[in-house]
Design a protein around this ligand. Structure first.
Ligand code: ATP
Ligand code: MG
Length: 276
């Protein structure tokens, strides 16, 4: 049952590159395709929680910080659905708020600190039979992000093409390699996702070729175009599908779902090993 569920961490330590937007829209689109989806907000900024229409995350009784703290303290898996907000645009959400910043500090000294999120998720996905869990990481390579990478089957790395940081990407690849060596040998990289692409100003080809120089990283075929309609979504507290379902960004996220599914199929075929 466990194998059936795919956990994808959406990560890049650079801020404002479209991680949260990608997590939300990929999740909603997967749900529209009939999959059972859980989104996990692993950022104390709580942008994903707010983007899903929860205006005051600090007033929530239970968030990711509380369930992870319970696991650190007592390893208690009894009340697993505590904190999960059900069925927002067809997806479930484990929200976050500023308490996660405190947990991050406490995790530093916890036993098996890298595995806390994995323990919680392992039990949740078994009980609720999620098909996909998407984790929205914070813009930092800290212990919470390592927890997400430890719990994940693969990572998607959103990058804003016009502000591409080769050095930042190399650091991220270094961390993924470390996690793979020490914690999660099966971790795959689905690829880099170019976001907020403005074809009028970007020379997409030269950006992609400079990316490929970094250790043969795959750049996903799907590109997410820049659109003011997408920027409006976080304020509206809705996905692009609810806000501008017929627009180019919704179409791009639909294409991303197809590409990610195709990658999975390729991996499952015997004798093939795409991805680093
Ligand atoms: P952080 O590192 O702070 O968590 P992030 O990587 O999660 O940021 P987002 O919050 O998804 O990035 O996006 C940053 C900003 O860009 C937001 O205001 C969002 O609305 C906007 N944005 C995201 N995607 C697009 C797009 N395709 N076109 C235009 N604006 C976009
Ligand atoms: Mg974010």
């Amino acid at each position: 049952m466990d194998n059936k569920c795919k956990v994808i961490a959406v990560t890049n330590q650079k801020g404002g590159v479209g991680k949260t937007t990608t997590t939300l829209n990929l999740g909603v689109c997967l749900a529209q395709n009939g999959y059972k989806v859980l989104l996990v907000d692993a950022d104390p900024q709580a942008s994903l929680t707010v983007s899903m229409g929860i205006k005051r995350p600090d007033e929530l009784d239970t968030t990711l910080a509380d369930v992870m703290q319970t696991i650190v303290d007592v390893g208690d898996f009894k009340s697993l659905d505590v904190g999960i907000i059900k069925n927002l645009e067809g997806v479930d959400l484990m929200p976050s708020n500023i308490d996660l910043a405190g947990l991050e500090v406490r995790l530093m000294t916890a036993f098996c600190r890298e595995y806390t999120m994995k323990s919680w998720l392992g039990a949740v996905k078994r009980k609720y039979e999620y098909d996909y869990v998407l984790i929205d990481c914070m813009p930092s390579l800290n212990v919470l992000t390592v927890n997400a990478l430890a719990a994940a089957n693969s990572v998607i790395i959103p990058c804003q093409a016009s502000y591409l940081s080769t050095k930042g990407l190399q650091q991220l690849m270094g961390s993924v390699a470390k996690v793979r060596r020490n914690i999660n040998p099966g971790l795959k990289i689905d690829g880099i996702l170019l976001t907020m692409v403005d074809n009028r100003t970007n020379n997409a080809k030269s950006i992609i070729s400079s990316l490929r120089e970094i250790g043969g990283l795959r750049v996903l075929d799907t590109e997410i175009p820049f659109s003011v309609r997408a920027a409006e979504c976080s304020v509206e507290g809705k996905s692009i599908f609810a806000h501008d379902g017929k627009g180019k960004v919704a179409a791009a996220y639909t294409a991303l779902v197809e590409e990610v599914m195709e990658l999975e199929k390729e991996r499952d075929r015997p004798g093939t090993e795409r991805g680093i």
